[in-house]
Design a protein around this ligand. Structure first.
Ligand code: GLN
Length: 383
């Protein structure tokens, strides 16, 4: 029998699978990371207006001019980055397409891609799609990145490193010193940093530092983000890429043939949101998420989990060793079916399942009321 070559080695998405299981059992879905609260009105109204105004045909393949201009302004205002909207920005169908298109554009078959682990589950299949070899380096939730181990992962074959900060699934934020160390290795090995900065505005301490802003990194960094998390519109699929012109040129070709373009009226609406929402919106976003984080973390600790409050993003990895001897996938299933709270099994974030056997990931992009309800349900685990 012939096998489908490119997807050989893929497993089904565990995150999306847990959403299906949660729905089947009417459980609170703290698995897949999407908000259960409304997005800001300004986005809804701008999207409806764009549709009524007949912005209903393809946008320019690499993104509507208004959104690319808004992005260039954002990178300048927030991070002091000079970005040319004409030659350095690409709008994609979510950060997921952005990552796949970027890697397909710059990674050759046989190249190595360094991935900090635990990692968001898409990166593994992304590497397979490119025929690349992922090289994993552990990143603990609490301890500094082991810089010797990181350096040992780089070689003449390294083409890129994927950097996700704030991190999914741990909520870890890389320090400036850690980013500097990564940058230094990229420079030394002539490698690219491909970043996933989709949680750039969900911070509990400090502020986001894009690795592209470090010395000599602008030309070797592909900065990925999107509207999903910042504006609470995960279903809109609006991702963004900022990269130097030569890389953008290659990325746009992949993007064009993969998807032609992201939804035109929704690009318009995201541009309107970026133009009109001020710092108070972003401050409130971080403040509200901090409150949600605290509700969930308190509930988890009270229920008998061990966890470290994340520094950013909206996930927490929780160790359940004190509660159960089950492996992570069976524990997640049991929690969903018996207690009505669905997490993601920890092993799905690791190259070797045994590394995540005692952990599950909870998402807290939910209303306070739903999180309180989940905490109450978890509180009955030891009854
Ligand atoms: N990034 C989100 C998560 O980790 C959503 C994943 C997805 O299904 N696209 O849950």
């Amino acid at each position: 029998m012939r096998t489908a070559r490119r997807t050989h080695g893929f497993t089904e998405s565990v995150i999306r699978g847990m959403t299906r299981l949660a729905n089947e059992h009417g459980a609170i879905n703290l698995a897949q990371g999407f908000p259960n609260f409304p997005c800001p009105d300004v986005l809804k109204e701008a999207a409806a207006r764009a549709i009524r105004d007949d912005v209903n045909q393809y946008a320019v393949t690499w993104g509507a001019a208004r959104l690319r201009n808004a992005l260039a302004a954002k990178y300048h205002n927030w991070y002091g980055m000079a970005v040319d909207a004409m030659t350095e920005v690409t709008v994609t169908c979510g950060a997921t397409e952005a990552m796949a298109a970027s890697l397909l554009a710059v990674v050759n078959p046989g190249d190595e891609v360094v991935v900090l682990e635990p990692f968001y589950e898409n990166y593994g299949p992304d590497a397979i799609l490119c025929d690349a070899r992922p090289v994993f380096v552990p990143l603990s939730t609490t301890d500094p990145l082991d810089l010797d181990q990181l350096a040992a992962a780089f070689s003449g074959r390294t083409r890129a490193i994927i950097v996700c900060t704030p991190n999914n699934p741990t909520g870890r934020v890389l320090t400036t010193a850690e980013l500097e160390a990564i940058a230094e290795l990229c420079r030394r090995h002539d490698a690219y940093a491909v970043t996933d900065e989709i949680y750039e505005h969900i911070y509990y301490e400090g502020r986001h530092v894009p690795i592209a802003t470090l010395p000599d990194m602008r030309d070797r960094t592909i900065t990925i983000s999107g509207a999903s998390k910042t504006f609470g519109v995960t279903g809109w699929r609006i991702g963004t890429i900022v990269a130097p012109p030569d890389l953008t040129d290659a990325i746009r070709k992949v993007h064009d043939f993969l998807t032609v373009g992201a939804p035109a009226p929704l690009q318009e609406a995201v541009a309107v949101a970026m133009e009109s929402l001020g710092r108070d919106y972003y401050d409130a976003l971080a403040r509200d998420y901090k409150q949600r984080r605290d509700i969930l973390c308190r509930g988890l600790v009270a229920a008998g989990f061990r966890c470290t409050p994340p520094q950013g993003a909206y996930y927490v990895m929780a160790d359940f060793s004190d509660l159960s001897d089950l492996p992570d996938d069976r524990f997640a299933e049991w929690l969903t079916k018996t207690h009505g709270v669905a997490p993601v099994p920890g092993s799905s974030f690791y190259s070797r399942p045994e590394l995540g056997r005692h952990a599950v990931r909870f998402a807290f992009c939910k209303t306070d009321a739903l999180l309180e309800d989940a905490a109450r349900r978890l509180g009955r685990l030891r009854d």
